[in-house]
Write a protein that binds this ligand. Structure first.
Ligand code: FAD
Ligand code: NAI
Length: 475
């Protein structure tokens, strides 16, 4: 006899666990299945984001930033610290405890919302009259039926052909978050989000980091004014970044890894490193789901095919997050999870893809939302641009971090904000105002007329909005 649920969610990453909570809030009976195991074999809900992604990477970025500050910036404040040393075991231990707090928090939320949690792998076994039959194997074994099923199985790191991750020398994001001693030389393949964040962590902790990127432009998807500024700053910090390279055959030896490559000028080069992070993007994960048992449609790259409402080709089967098209971001997965739960509950869920913010948590941070200058030029839309440097912001000066700027792009006629691009201190927090304004289809003038507290970094948003109309007050 199978247990029947209104909704069965497979995967408890940000897409899945949030979908489960929202469905439960709407009065539906909900089960959530997740296979992730902690070091003791117990449940560790939260997916990639909580276990080997957003949360642990930000924990390490914070710790390494403190180390960098104490070594290089405290003296400016008159704080003299002698005998600074690094305890990597403690640093990783703190990161692990931050992860565990998040795992435990999700288990608590499941209980609070009366969601039945199954720790194990969920697989489709067929269609029955009352819905989709799912088999759970793992810590729990069960046969359950969901009238609706939400697939939220996420993604995994992409390997270079012929170079499997061993997580000792050749590292995915998982290994990159768990290096037990600072390597002398660290190589990173791919100057994307993971490459720059994890490269920054280990550089701050003392590794000599070289980042090799195939595409000639650095951070090609970003507004190029921001990308150029970022390249200049990261290079000055000591990240050796080479773009436009072509990898040769990488050889993993007992103690080192040899990475031959052709550089942008066509010269043959050789990089020898102790460890190599491969961060060349992620691939959707549907392993173990037995998608073909029920005829679930995947595209050529392995993504579950969905329409604009996250409906798959199977009735009452939905998919959200990294396993479907769109940016691989935790907040995008969450928004889709909420929208799908609301659609199942008879409401009108909605995700606005035009206002999904991006953040790169380097130092300085980079954030953006909407269109960039090269996209607006290519589309032929007439626009106005306004920028404001943190150098002219009082709070940034007091903080001792005046790198970067805020740039606002607005329609030339209506003044509607079309894109906001920030590089500088707390860019991750500042972008929220831009997202709000864009959600309300607001104008640059709206930001300019809002009273911003003084002295705050957010005044740079106001000043950049004033700059759109060429009337900054402090620059
Ligand atoms: P996931 O989080 O991958 O969760 C999927 C879950 O499903 C996993 O727990 C998996 O074990 C489980 N599962 C899979 N198959 C089955 C099955 N058959 N049965 C049961 N369970 C199954 N995004 C941000 O927005 N901000 C960041 O700062 C950020 N930092 C990141 C840093 C790193 C190093 C990485 C790798 C990613 C980062 N991301 C970040 C991306 C973010 O982690 C993902 O976009 C997000 O986790 C996707 O959520 P999801 O729910 O779709 O899938
Ligand atoms: P990415 O797509 O951000 O960057 C991958 C980079 O590798 C690209 O620049 C690409 O051109 C390059 N590349 C691909 N093949 C290559 C090759 N053979 N040789 C050299 N370079 C090559 O992917 P990344 O960094 O792996 O991260 C995956 C995803 O995880 C991100 O796209 C993002 O969605 C998510 N993420 C989000 C974070 C955040 O929001 N702060 C942090 C980390 C990850």
């Amino acid at each position: 006899m199978s247990t029947q649920f209104d909704v069965v969610v497979i995967g408890a990453g940000p897409g899945g666990y949030i979908a489960a909570i929202r469905a439960a809030q709407l009065g539906l009976s909900v089960a959530c299945i997740d296979a992730w195991q902690n070091g003791q074999g117990g449940p560790a809900p939260g997916g990639t984001c909580t276990n080997v992604g957003c949360i642990p990477s930000k924990a390490l970025l914070q710790s390494s930033e403190h180390y960098d500050q104490v070594n290089h910036h405290f003296a400016e404040h008159g704080i003299e610290v002698k005998g600074v040393s690094l305890n990597v075991e403690q640093l990783l231990g703190r990161k692990n405890s931050v992860v565990k707090q998040n795992n435990d928090g999700i288990l608590y939320l499941f209980k609070k919302n009366k969601i039945t949690f199954f720790h194990g792998k969920g697989a489709f076994t067929g269609k029955v009259e009352s819905g989709w039959a799912i088999n759970v194997t793992g810590t729990t074994t069960a046969d359950i039926v969901g009238k609706h099923v939400v697939i939220a199985t996420g993604s995994s790191a992409r390997e270079l052909p012929g170079l499997p991750f061993d997580e000792q020398q050749v590292l995915s994001n998982d290994g990159a978050l768990n290096i037990s001693a600072v390597p002398k030389k660290l190589g990173v393949i791919g100057a994307g989000v993971i490459g720059l964040e994890m490269g920054s962590v280990w550089r701050r902790l003392g590794a000599e980091v070289t980042v090799l990127e195939a595409i000639p432009e650095f951070l090609a998807a970003l507004d190029q004014q921001v990308a150029k500024e970022a390249f200049k700053i990261f290079t000055k910090q000591g990240l050796a970044i080479q773009t436009g390279i072509k990898l040769g055959e990488i050889k993993v030896g007992a103690k080192s890894i040899v990475v031959p490559y052709t550089d942008a000028a066509g010269a043959e080069q050789k990089l020898v490193v102790d460890k190599l992070i491969v961060s060349i993007g992620r691939v959707p994960y549907t392993g173990g789901l037995q998608a073909d048992t029920v005829g679930l449609q995947l595209d050529a790259r392995g993504f579950v095919v969905v329409d604009g409402d996250c409906k798959t080709n199977l009735p009452n089967v939905w998919a959200v997050g990294d396993v479907v098209r769109g940016p691989m971001l935790a907040h995008k997965a969450e928004e889709e999870g909420v929208a799908v739960a609301e659609r199942i509950g008879g409401q009108h869920g909605h995700v606005n893809f035009n206002t999904i913010p991006w953040v790169i948590y380097t130092s300085p941070e980079i954030s953006w939302v909407g269109q960039n200058e090269q996209e607006l030029k290519a589309s032929g839309r007439a626009y106005k641009a306004g920028s404001f440097p943190f150098l002219a912001n009082g709070r940034a000066r007091a903080l001792g971090d005046t790198t970067g700027f805020v740039k606002i792009l607005a329609d030339a006629v209506t003044d509607e904000v079309l894109g906001v691009h920030i590089i500088g201190p707390m860019a991750s927090e500042l972008i929220a105002e831009a997202v709000t304004i864009m959600e309300f289809k607001g104008a640059a003038e709206d930001i300019a007329r809002i009273c911003h507290a003084h002295p705050t970094l957010s005044e740079s948003m106001k000043e950049a909005a004033l700059a759109v109309d060429k009337r900054t007050l402090n620059f």
